[in-house]
Design a protein around this ligand. Structure first.
Ligand code: SF4
Ligand code: SF4
Length: 175
């Protein structure tokens, strides 16, 4: 019968020789292969103690940026949600009230802004669609969890904190 691939091998049922039936040569050969791996570079690392350096263009958890004065940039225009191929973004818009100028840069803002990290494919299209430079993907990893609800990231996890600003300019320049 014609072989389906050129990787097929003919297997013979010949009797084992005395040496072959002792299995020692095969065991020693196997041990030599194992020992040789002790001297080769390991493919694994001891995560999380040791962490690999990410590529400069790595796209991880999003950040909702604030302006220089600390007001939220997002105006809840919805363009990021429309651009998102995974339908991972939802938001509820609200009108800025008098006295909230320091909190929100424009008259409209996102009262609720959520990203479902289980849906997100970290494509970066939300970042590209945003006309207000409000959303960026950072080099932070989305933390694992056993609970699905932990992957719905709201403003508490997304908005940049005032005392720990995230510099996205370096990452942007590496494209
Ligand atoms: S990175 Fe892509 S998939 Fe994730 S929220 Fe943004 S547009 Fe949607
Ligand atoms: S992040 Fe940008 S695109 Fe998305 S709603 Fe806010 S301003 Fe609009």
């Amino acid at each position: 019968m014609k072989a389906l691939t050129n990787r097929s091998k003919m297997v013979s049922n010949k009797e084992l020789t005395f040496m072959e039936s002792l299995y020692f040569p095969a065991i020693i050969k196997g041990m030599m292969i194992t020992i040789s791996h002790l001297f080769t570079r390991k493919a694994t690392i001891s995560y999380p103690e040791v962490q690999r350096e990410f590529a400069p263009v790595y796209r991880g958890k999003h950040v909702l940026k604030r302006d220089a004065k600390g007001a939220e940039n997002c105006t809840a225009c919805g363009l990021c949600a429309v651009a998102c191929p995974a339908e991972a973004i939802t938001m509820t818009a609200a009108e800025r009230k008098k006295g909230e100028e320091a909190l929100y840069r424009e008259e409209k803002y996102a009262a609720v802004y959520e990203i479902n990290m289980l849906r997100c494919i970290f494509c970066g299209l939300c970042e590209e669609a945003c006309p207000k430079e409000a959303i960026f993907l950072t080099d932070e990893i989305v933390k694992t969890s056993y609970e699905r609800k932990d992957f719905i990231y709201g403003k508490d996890k997304l908005v940049e904190s005032l005392d720990k600003r995230i510099d996205i300019t370096k990452r942007q320049n590496k494209y």
